[in-house]
Every structure is written in C-alpha cells, then in structure tokens.
Design a protein around this ligand. Structure first.
Ligand code: SME
Length: 160
C-alpha cells in the first residue's frame, strides 16, 4: 500500500514538491509505461484540488491516443494541432487555457471543464505524451501549476 497524500494548507510549491517526490518514488525502477501513467494520473487526481480530469495522451503513429487517466471517459484520438492537447503536442509548448470556451478548437470531453493545462512530455526533444488537467473552475491554473507539471513531465520523460 502506498500512503502518499498532500498536507492540508501547504503552499502550492510544497504541494508540487510532494507530488513530484511521490511520482518519482512510485515510478522508480518500474519500466512499464502504462503502470507509471496510471499511478501518476491517480496521484494528480489525489493531490490537486478542483480537477474533473487528469491523465495522459500518448503519441502513437503521429497522433495522440488516450492513455491512463482519472475522470470521465474521454475522446480517444486527437490529431496534432487539434484542441488544447493537439496544440501542446504540435508546438511542444505548455498550453495554459484560463477559459476553454475562449480557446478556438477546444475539444469538450467533459462539459464540466472550464479551464485546462496541457504539458508535453519530451524525450530527447521529441514529444512522447502530454499530461492533461481539466478543471470545472475558470482560471484554475497559473504559472506555478504549469511549472509544477513541467517538472513532473521531466521526471517522467524516461519512465513512459
Ligand atoms: N480538452 C482537450 C481534450 C481532452 S479532454 O480534456 C480529456 C483538448 O481540447 O485537447
């Protein structure tokens, strides 16, 4: 049994520090990408408040394909450049979207989603997956969230 948990009242920086320590520990010496993504999706859902979806899309054959996640069933395949996830994968850049209704081409997998953060996971400069977080709150994510998830993506780069 794993006993990872956020500490009530901790700063966002401390929260991401603990989340990343937990992700590092739970993926250590485990080569199976599905197991590692599944555990990290569970950690994201457990540690980060006000999310309705947290998980992975993987680059498979030149498009994004749904990976392990926590949340409602989601669209399975996303073309590069389409939606928030496809934009992150195509540009290799983090996409922080304060209001998904104002993002042209946003793909609504869960009608409750109002803001979104998508961070590419890169290995040797190539996007191999994206981490996708959705919130039912407008403007849920800030630069600290982006930096925290980018740090997680760096930890996972050689563990997916
Ligand atoms: N909203 C995403 C699609 C994936 S779901 O949020 C899980 C997008 O626009 O790419």
């Amino acid at each position: 049994m794993y006993e990872f948990a956020p500490t009530p009242g901790q700063s966002k920086a401390a929260l991401y520090g603990d989340l990343i320590d937990a992700a590092r520990a739970i993926t250590h010496d485990e080569p199976d990408a599905v197991a590692n993504m599944a555990n990290c999706a569970a950690l994201l859902a457990q540690f980060l408040p006000d999310l309705n979806w947290a998980g992975f899309y993987r680059m498979v054959g030149g498009e994004l394909v749904l990976g392990p996640f926590a949340g409602k069933p989601a669209c399975i395949r996303i073309a590069l450049g389409q939606g928030v996830c496809g934009s992150a994968a195509a540009t290799g850049e983090t996409q922080l979207v304060p209001d998904v209704h104002a993002f042209p081409g946003h793909i609504a997998c869960d009608a409750a989603s109002r803001s979104e953060l998508v961070v590419p996971v890169k290995r040797d400069g190539t996007v191999i997956a994206v981490i996708d977080l959705d919130s039912p709150l407008i403007d849920r994510f800030d630069a600290e969230d982006a930096a925290g998830i980018e740090a997680l993506a760096r930890v996972l780069a050689d563990r997916l």
